[in-house]
Ligand binder design. Structure first.
Ligand SMILES: [Zn+2]
Length: 204
């Protein structure tokens, strides 16, 4: 079973990261697994994932929101592959709502991309919450990447021509660290929002 990084912010906001699935060796056609989210050593949520083929995975889970009956979900998410500059291939997910090719999907009642979740924050203002996020955007642009942290993980960024491997590796490492913080901040923000409104955020 895959185990995601522990987070101490919230269990309300979960991501499905294709690079993590690949890293855990979960993308074999025919494979069925439980993908779980953990918090302080406790499992807080899980979904059933069945790899139907190289180009499709099926997600099965139940979602619930306050005062409502649980809803069963069972749908396919398309997978595509592109060649990787390090050799091999890199998998992508296609958002079930808009079909956009992305590295991460976010859980609402249905998993969707950051565009559908309206998580596009190329923030100019550097409030404490947004600072890591705007730093991440800046660092990504310096690496020649015009896509934001919610589009795909730092490790997917290609090394710019002429940049030394060591320099590149250091920058990616720094970026990944900042993005973890940025995501944690967004999660905290959403948890606070949910506490205020007292209901589950709607996806669309
Ligand atoms: Zn989408």
């Amino acid at each position: 079973m895959a185990r995601q990084r522990e987070k101490d912010s919230t269990d309300d906001y979960r991501t499905l990261i294709i690079s993590a699935l690949k890293r855990e060796g979960c993308l074999q056609p025919g494979k069925r697994l439980e993908w779980a989210w953990w918090r302080r050593g406790e499992k807080v949520a899980s979904i059933g994932v069945a790899i139907e083929s190289r180009h499709s995975m099926r997600l099965r889970y139940q979602s619930s929101s306050q005062g409502r009956d649980p809803v069963q979900h069972d749908y396919s998410v398309a997978i595509s592959w592109t060649p990787c500059h390090m050799g091999g291939e890199r998998p992508w997910l296609h958002c079930p709502s808009c079909n956009r090719r992305v590295g991460k999907l976010y859980s609402g009642s249905v998993f969707s991309c950051r565009h559908c979740m309206r998580l596009n924050y190329p923030s100019q203002q550097a409030s404490r919450r947004d600072r890591p996020l705007s730093q991440a955007w800046t660092l990504r642009r310096r690496l020649g990447c015009n896509d934001g942290p919610f589009e795909y993980p730092a490790e997917y960024i290609r090394r710019p021509k002429g940049m030394h491997r060591t320099t590149f590796a250091k920058r990616i490492e720094k970026l990944a660290r900042i993005e973890l913080q940025a995501v944690a901040n967004v999660e905290t923000f959403i948890a606070a929002l949910k506490r205020t409104t007292g209901r589950t955020l709607r996806v669309r």
